[in-house]
Design a protein around this ligand. Structure first.
Ligand code: PHE
Length: 360
């Protein structure tokens, strides 16, 4: 081998080795490059060293010098690459990354629906006024939804177009009742419907309990109304009933005022407008108002109905109207909730859009 040939070989080797070491991305790649260039048995530097022995006479010292220079350069390139990769590995340890200084990921916790929150709060307020919670079925018979409430068969409120009568459930009801009470049951074959008001619960409570009665009932009611900003075919009512000796309309108004100011704030005004319900006499519509902070004007919003329990209703459940009197009221839960949170459209409560629900 000539000095010239050896020099060329070493030049090429050095350039390639430096490139390979600089380009090694990790410890494994670097080790492969090390074996190729610096391997003790068959590395390329080792084979160049063998060529060195074949260089003749006076060229020998120059060849040796060139070889040593190349060896040092390649080794230096290797050491530099080793340091580079060591620093990479130190910054990013093996295994999954875990930085305990980063803030945690907050789990998304759900919460109660605004209507449920409202219902809970209403129960709480009325509970403090001494009213206990009563409940009744959502599938009702005509006795509890109408007749006992002084709504006779010919009354327009019983129109099939105004109610959700259940053809199927009627038969289910039949077989349920028949098995419970025997096929001679007087209820056999009577129509059933989704209750259109929570006043049904008044009857159920009074049928099983003697005065004094002081209950509220909260729940779903159903009417075939077209959904709009203030109506929905299913909504919630809170019903209150108080029966005792010498109950007056002043008691009704005080309770409703306390109720309204506890739930909606001290600046709420309430107003009674004469109205009619078959099961109360006299009957009123209950309006509530807030003073507009800009104009100072109050806007009255209808929240529900109320009145003194009609003597016919007391008689229907076996109370003596000469001894006992009572008041009842029924308010829309969606309406009071919407009023409190300034929601303009009660359909929002049923869209299940988390962007809406998250705000409560
Ligand atoms: N049940 C009536 C309604 O749904 C409201 C009401 C309840 C009125 C109790 C008077 C007394 O419209």
């Amino acid at each position: 081998m000539t000095l010239e040939a050896l020099t060329v070989e070493l030049d090429v080797l050095q350039i390639e080795a430096e490139k390979a070491f600089a380009g090694a991305a990790d410890a494994d790649a670097l080790e492969l490059a090390r074996v190729e260039y610096l391997g003790a048995k068959s590395g390329r530097l080792r084979s160049a060293q063998k060529g060195l022995g074949a260089v003749q006479g006076p060229d020998k010292p120059a060849a040796g010098k060139r070889f040593n220079a190349a060896k040092q350069a390649v080794e230096a390139a290797f050491t530099a690459a080793q340091a580079r990769i060591a620093s990479l590995t130190a910054a990013r340890p093996a295994g999954p990354m875990f930085d305990r200084t980063l803030p945690g990921i907050r789990p998304r916790v759900g919460h109660l629906h605004p209507l449920t929150q409202t219902i809970e709060e209403l129960k709480d307020i009325m509970g403090r006024l001494g009213f206990t919670v009563a409940s009744g079925p959502e599938i009702e018979d005509e006795w509890h939804n109408f007749e006992a409430l002084n709504i006779p068969a010919a009354h327009p409120a019983r129109d099939p177009l105004e109610n959700f009568y259940l053809t199927t459930a009627r038969h289910v009801g039949e077989s349920l009742r028949d098995s419970q009470r025997g096929s001679e049951s007087p209820d056999r074959g009577k129509p059933l419907l989704l209750r259109s008001q929570t006043s049904t619960v008044q009857i159920r409570v009074m049928e099983t309990q003697q005065p004094p009665v002081r209950i509220i009932s909260l729940g779903r009611v159903y009417r075939p109304d077209t959904a709009d900003a203030t109506h929905y075919p299913m909504f919630h009512q809170i019903e209150g009933l108080l029966v005792d000796r010498q109950v007056t309309m002043a008691d009704l108004k005080s309770v409703l005022r306390l109720f309204a100011s506890s739930f909606l704030g001290g600046d709420v005004h309430i107003r009674f407008r004469p109205s009619f319900f078959p099961f109360t006499e006299p009957s009123v519509e209950v309006d509530m108002s807030w003073h507009d902070t800009k104009t100072g004007a109050g806007r009255w919003i209808e929240m529900g109905g109320a009145g003194m329990v009609d003597p016919n209703v007391l008689r229907a459940v076996g109370y003596d109207p000469e001894v006992f009197s009572g008041f009842a009221f029924g308010l829309g839960v969606e309406r009071v909730c919407a009023r409190r949170h300034n929601v303009g459209d009660i359909r929002e409560f049923y869209r299940n859009d988390v962007r809406f629900l998250e705000q409560f």
